[in-house]
Design a protein around this ligand. Structure first.
Ligand code: BV8
Ligand code: ZN
Length: 258
């Protein structure tokens, strides 16, 4: 993959105040290289259901078995997934003291598994490996082999009789965690460079983060395989699979890193 980092891009990077303080806004495209399905691409479909129609409290209430089967399918894919060079690049940025934080829409936990400091990751749409009760504050890991068998039992709360647990994620129509939002917006305020990686820029409020960074005069660089609604906002877009473009980007800016 020959990514010609043109002189305009080099100028953009060189004009950023040093040391680089990078906040990364991440979507399912970062984990695509690890075999995880994206949400909206053709692989986002499961049994011909649209992910968006399953990731709601209404869908869960209507058919908890169907929604749990979807999560069990994703968990089975995830249990055999490895982190990819895109994840590892974000770890290297942290090792070079350039990573302020990662705001990820992904629920797969792969940034922490790759080696990023959990305190530098906001899983703003939740965590697929955990399940929580809808009546009390019970929460537990559920990603065990027996729990991910399709059409198997749905995890139940030990404290609340006959109460199903739900995946510990934020569904459409649900509020994001205020602490997560606070931490994410604080990193945007502090950063001098935002990387927007593998996201279609269609889910709010995360899709508004690049515009917020631009309004604050920050540099925003997009990594995607194709243009998105965010492309016109970004100072630069590097097109290609991010598991290839991110390592090349790190190579090209390494002279700027401590
Ligand atoms: C909320 C967890 C208050 C579950 C998910 C305005 C303001 C606020 C809210 C709204 C608003 N307008 C509408 C809303 C409501 C809604 C929303 O945004 N709807 C959209 C569809 C219009 N937002 C909410 O409900 C949020 N809650 O704001 O509360 C509120 C409530 C109600 C009404 C108003 C306000 C909660 C949203 C969270 C939903 N939960 N996931 C789970 O995972 O099971 S969202 C889901 O989408 C995933 O988290 C996913 O990560 C995320 C975003 O999608 P992407 O990551 O971008 O993935 P996608 O497939 O779309 O794109 C992949 C991209 O990667 C593509 O661009 C592709 O080209 C690229 N790619 C592919 N391969 C590669 C690659 N790039 C690089 N390299 C590759 N190799
Ligand atoms: Zn309970």
């Amino acid at each position: 993959m020959n990514i010609d980092i043109n002189c305009m891009f080099k100028k953009i990077i060189e004009d950023i105040p040093k040391p680089l303080k990078i906040v990364s806004v991440v979507g399912s495209g970062l984990s695509k290289g690890s075999g995880m399905p994206t949400f909206r691409g053709k692989d986002g479909l499961w049994r011909n259901y649209n992910a968006q129609d399953l990731a709601t409290l209404q869908a869960f209430r209507k058919d908890p078995h169907l929604v749990w089967n979807w999560y069990k399918w994703r968990m089975r894919v995830l249990l055999s997934a490895q982190t990819n060079a895109g994840h590892q690049t974000l770890v290297k940025l942290e090792e070079k003291c350039a990573n302020l934080g990662i705001i990820t829409q992904n629920v797969d936990g792969l940034n922490e598994i790759a080696g990023n400091d959990p305190s530098r990751i906001v899983e703003i749409h939740g965590r697929i490996r955990y399940a929580r009760c809808m009546s009390c504050d019970y929460i537990t890991r559920w990603d065990t082999e027996e729990n991910i068998i399709e059409d198997g039992p749905i995890p139940k709360c030990p404290n609340c009789p006959n109460t199903f647990l739900r995946p510990d994620v934020v569904w459409f129509g649900e509020q994001l965690d205020h602490n997560d939002l606070y931490k994410a917006t604080d990193w945007i305020d502090q950063c001098n460079l935002m990387l927007v990686i593998g996201t279609s820029g269609t889910v709010y409020p995360v899709a508004s983060f690049p515009q917020i960074a631009k309004n604050q005069g920050k540099i925003v660089i997009e990594f995607n395989i194709e243009p998105t609604p965010l492309t016109s906002i970004c100072d630069h877009s590097i097109f290609g699979p991010c598991e290839e473009t991110l390592p090349k980007f790190l190579e090209d800016i390494s002279y700027l890193l401590t």
